[in-house]
Ligand binder design. Structure first.
Ligand SMILES: O=C(O)C1=C[C@@H](OP(=O)(O)O)[C@@H](O)[C@H](O)C1
Ligand SMILES: C=C(OP(=O)(O)O)C(=O)O
Length: 415
């Protein structure tokens, strides 16, 4: 089966029983940080198990690119991390992306870099890519503490932190607003520490003194966000035992919270040396969860809860509106196809409306969002489903459909 190129993919599972081992892709978040830090450290670093995600291929290519026009495609980390990198290394380049990327805000990061002496122009709409870099004034007298909004995207903060040790006085950031995706900021600091740079994060203040990165060897962990779809599959299968390779209990990834959340949805996690094993339990319960720390898990959980009849209450979903698509609108639209919904019950809380049994074959749209495809695919364990534009998975998990096939799913591509 080649999902790439076909526009509709039918999926079902003949036995609804899952047993086997999956080698997950590596984390694109860790990979893309490690590549930026490696580029700032000079020669001598060694990165193992880099992600095959398109987002990682793109940043690898852009870091080596000699042309002046760069394209970050649909990769948020690439657009944000490269912006800080190009600004601080004083390069005269431009960066653009997909039409959706040009709707994803970047003003908070550009404002901060301008305060640090970088000259950056907007080539389109103010506050959004594309951007042009016109160098940096290295003698610029910049503020001792920069205020940066933490309630839009943590990627701005991670981008600033990775270049922070290169400034003569380092950098102190005061994060304002409700800080979202906090574990991603901690992941950035953890990776920086691995390459010899110490930072401190307490309350809403992050401080990085001036330092030099040291070349190091780093092995990228497998992707916990990608693991989340396997948790859904275990929850929806008739019987299941699935081993996921390359995951660690003490992960840098906030999405490792999936193990705790899924206890409510009938999946137990056993941590082994270099892998985890997921087993199915009969225990499910209605629960509430704040996804501010792990927004990429929200789609997985909304869909599996709808399918299992769990009216979970989900909060902390604000950032979902400005990701690959408006993920709240996309979830509502597609869950309604199967009689479910994600109902806005006020005060930033959404309640999952359980789905009804579906008789015909639902065809799910994916809105150029890999997580829409992967969150809905596990429903194939209940009944045949179809996924539009299945190639979207390449953003983070290019082998997703092959891995499903290896676990007994039947896939039929159609145009
Ligand atoms: O720093 C990162 O690697 C990421 C941070 C998160 O974005 P926000 O900080 O915009 O929530 C997350 O959704 C994204 O997939 C990856
Ligand atoms: C939001 C995501 O990625 P990014 O913001 O890096 O495009 C994601 O992978 O779910």
């Amino acid at each position: 089966m080649s999902a790439t190129g076909s526009s509709l993919l039918y999926i079902y599972h003949p036995t609804q029983i899952l047993a086997g081992t999956v080698t997950l892709p590596a984390s694109k978040s860790e990979s893309n940080r490690a590549l930026i830090i490696e580029a700032l450290s000079g020669a001598g670093s060694k990165l193992d198990n880099l992600s095959e995600a398109n987002d990682t291929r793109v940043i690898t290519r852009l870091l080596q690119e000699t042309a002046t026009e760069l394209n970050a495609e649909d990769a948020g980390t690439v657009m944000r991390f490269m912006t800080a990198y190009l600004a601080v290394t004083g390069q005269q380049k431009t960066i653009t992306g997909t039409p959706r990327m040009l709707q994803r805000p970047i003003g908070v990061l550009v404002d901060a870099l301008r305060e640090l002496g970088a000259q950056i122009d907007y080539l389109g709409q103010e506050g959004y890519p594309p951007l042009a870099f016109r160098g940096i004034d290295r003698n610029h007298n910049y503020p001792a503490t920069l205020q940066v909004r933490g309630d839009i995207s943590s990627q701005y903060i991670s981008a600033l932190l990775m270049v922070a040790p290169l400034f003569p006085n380092g950098l102190t950031l005061e994060l304002t607003g409700k800080v979202g995706s906090r574990p991603y900021i901690q992941m950035t600091l953890a990776l920086m520490k691995h390459f010899g740079v110490e930072g401190h994060f307490e309350g809403n203040i992050v401080h990085v003194p001036p330092q030099m990165y040291q070349p190091a060897h780093y092995i990228i962990e497998s992707d916990w966000s990608g693991a989340s779809y396997w948790y859904s599959m275990v929850a929806l299968a008739k019987e299941a035992t699935v081993e996921l390779k390359g995951l660690r209990r003490n992960s840098f990834q906030g999405d490792s919270a999936i193990a705790t959340i899924m206890q409510n949805i009938g999946v137990e996690t056993t941590y082994n040396e270099g892998s985890v094993t997921l087993t199915k339990t009969a225990r499910t319960r209605v629960f509430s969860y704040d996804f501010s720390d792990c927004p990429d898990l929200a789609q997985t959980i909304a869909v599996v809860c709808a399918a299992k009849g769990i009216a979970a209450e989900m909060s902390g979903l604000e950032s979902l509106r400005i990701k690959e698509t408006d993920r709240i609108a996309a979830l509502q639209q597609e869950l309604r196809q199967i009689g479910g919904d994600l109902e806005d019950i006020g005060n930033g809380v959404f309640r999952v409306k359980p789905a009804v049994a579906f008789t015909s074959v639902p065809e799910f749209q994916t809105y150029e969002d890999h997580r829409m495809a992967m969150a809905f695919a596990p429903l194939a364990l209940l009944s045949k489903v179809a996924i539009h534009e299945p190639h979207v998975v390449r953003k983070s998990y290019p082998r997703f459909w092959q891995d499903l096939e290896s676990m007994g799913f039947a896939l039929e591509a159609s145009n």
